[in-house]
Design a protein around this ligand. Structure first.
Ligand code: TXA
Ligand code: MG
Length: 541
């Protein structure tokens, strides 16, 4: 069979053609605001049978009926409760499917043998026009091969259905991106069977109490029967195994940074993409924009099948709003393999030498915080036989002394007069330091990354607050002289070699000025700042 592609925006007649195919029992791919559907005449058992064949879908998995408006409920459903009309008034057309008792006219083929039927009024002008032209309820599951991610473009649907169906109507990219929310109105309290494009909170506004079916949050075991039969099947799964990581966005990013190896697949919030330049990345959307995440989740899952990745890590949004649906799709794709990275705040501390970072860190520890000394980590990684040491030697030749320590002068000669070489060296260092530092904060509810290159290394992205410790230059010079027992000229040179205060003022979220006369006084000041920041961040994350 040749699958035709219709472009209704170019040719209005294709609407009538699609309707005609449906009326004579054929299969048509239809655009909706959620995902593309694989439509047929929902009252024609023979036509419906072909949907199951084309998708490779188990026969016991019912289809939903797409109708023109709430007036059609009476035609196909018995005992329609007032709640159904209240929901329709508020949310139809839109991403909401209601489970109601079926009338005889709806064949058991459509309902997978159930006495109930799912009813939905989609919000897409093209499909609404097709329903009106066909004057039929269109039975339509998502237009993917059973088990694969749902299609959100006509092209995705063609990947799965080319040669199996009569036509696909191209209505552009789906604006919602995850399937409709399914609410069962045949039980009390009404029960959420599948989270989707309409948030649970919106349903609760109209219905009051809503029960959430177990299948939404956990894997069904073999003997269990979820109320939406489709929820028991493996779903949305790319070929490579998926690990979903929950927790605050920064925490889940840190968790993934600590595990993802070069060439692994990563689905991350947009802000964290720079941390994964060594991976195959698909962005989910900004951490705070769940609507964008819903639009991208299936494309991201689908895109990995064109790559060679052997494992995929995915950051998971929190459950509020559309996050419940996005997280559910990711978790189903992962077979509910979920890791929780926690929510505690992560701080970053930076600033030039001699400004008083050590006192500030002591204050943080006094408050029960865990400090990661990134300079110590760096020195631990810097040996001739470590991966970082090997990478440095491959790039710059032998720069280690026979005793295994770095020949600073030799390496310095290679990089300090050559900006590109220095950039290359830093890239090697940061690539090894990041996963190590990220691993260190995992499991500590209150952590602080202490790093002189906090912002340049990318570590700052993992911190909810980045605090710079600054002090007047003369004070720093005097402190270094006393601390390190060096002369004034050399101390001055070291201070001059570091980033100017302006750099920190521009890039950090908070500045801690050390103008105190005694270290004790400054430590107190630092404690006050940290106490305030911890409180703000704990309420916020
Ligand atoms: O957004 C959507 O709902 C898309 C677009 C095309 O409208 N359609 C869709 O259909 O996602 P499908 O078949 O992929 O998913 C429908 C889900 C399945 O999990 C099915 O088991 C459940 O709805 N379902 C359908 N009728 C049901 C019924 N009578 N009782 C319980 N669950 C039902
Ligand atoms: Mg589906």
């Amino acid at each position: 069979m040749h699958t035709r592609i219709f472009h209704p925006e170019k040719d209005q007649n294709t609407i009538e053609e699609a309707a005609a195919i449906l009326r004579r029992g054929g299969l048509v791919g239809i655009p909706t605001e959620t995902v593309y559907g694989l439509g047929s005449d929902g009252l024609n058992a023979q036509a419906v049978r072909q949907i199951f064949e084309a998708k490779g879908r188990p026969q016991d998995n019912p289809l939903i009926l797409h109708v023109a408006d709430a007036a059609w409920l009476e035609r196909y459903c018995l005992d329609v409760p007032p709640q159904a009309y209240a929901l329709a008034r508020r949310f139809w057309p839109g991403p909401l499917t209601m489970i109601l008792r079926r009338r005889e006219i709806v064949p058991l083929q459509t309902t997978g043998g159930l006495e109930t039927v799912g009813m939905r009024c989609p919000d897409h002008p093209v499909t609404r026009a097709i329903i009106a032209a066909a004057d039929l309820p269109i039975a339509a599951p998502s237009g993917n091969t059973s088990g694969r991610p749902s299609p959100t473009t006509a092209g995705h649907m063609l990947e799965d259905m080319d040669g199996r169906i009569d036509a696909i109507v191209d209505g552009g990219s789906c604006s919602v991106g995850v399937e409709s929310t399914i609410i069962d109105l045949t039980v009390q309290p009404p029960r959420l069977l599948r989270p989707g494009g309409l948030p649970l909170e919106a349903l609760e506004e109209v219905l009051g109490e809503v029960a959430v079916d177990d299948a939404v949050r956990r894997q069904m075991s073999p003997g269990e029967h979820p109320r939406a039969p489709g929820m028991k099947y493996r779903h949305y799964a790319p070929h490579a195994p998926v690990t979903v990581v929950t927790g605050s966005p920064r925490r889940s990013a840190a968790w993934v940074v600590s595990r993802a190896a070069a060439g692994d697949g990563v689905i991350c919030f947009d802000e964290f993409a720079p941390l994964f330049s060594h991976c195959v990345v698909h962005k989910l959307g900004p951490a705070a924009d769940k609507a964008a995440q819903a639009r991208h989740v299936f494309d991201a899952l689908r895109a990995f099948d064109a790559t060679e990745v052997s494992h995929i890590y995915a950051q998971c949004p929190s459950e509020e709003g559309l996050g419940l649906a996005v997280g559910n799709r990711l978790k189903k794709a992962a077979g509910f393999h979920v890791e929780d990275a926690g929510c505690g705040p992560v701080f970053g501390l930076t600033g030039g030498t001699g400004a008083g970072k050590t006192s500030a860190l002591q204050a943080f520890q006094d408050l029960g915080g865990y400090v990661v000394d990134c300079d110590a980590l760096y020195h631990g990684l810097l040996r001739p036989d470590t991966p970082m040491g090997t990478a440095i030697r491959e790039a710059f030749g032998e720069v280690f002394l026979p005793d295994g320590t770095l020949d600073r002068q030799k390496l310095g000669n290679r990089v300090f007069s050559d900006a590109l070489a220095l950039e290359r060296l830093n890239a090697i260092i940061y690539a090894h330091l990041l996963p190590k530092a990220a691993e260190c904060i995992c499991g500590h509810d209150l952590a602080c990354l202490d790093a002189i290159n906090l912002m340049e290394s990318g570590l700052g992205l993992l911190c909810s607050r980045t605090v710079a410790v600054l002090a007047p230059k003369e004070q720093r010079v005097r402190r270094i002289m006393a601390r390190d027992g060096i002369g004034e000229a050399y101390a001055r040179l070291r201070v001059e070699a570091q980033k100017p205060d302006d750099f920190y003022r521009t890039h950090c979220t908070d500045v801690l000025e050390n103008t105190a006369q005694r270290p004790e006084e400054f430590r107190q000041q630092a404690a006050e700042l940290f106490r305030r920041l911890i409180e703000e961040e704990t309420n916020h994350e």
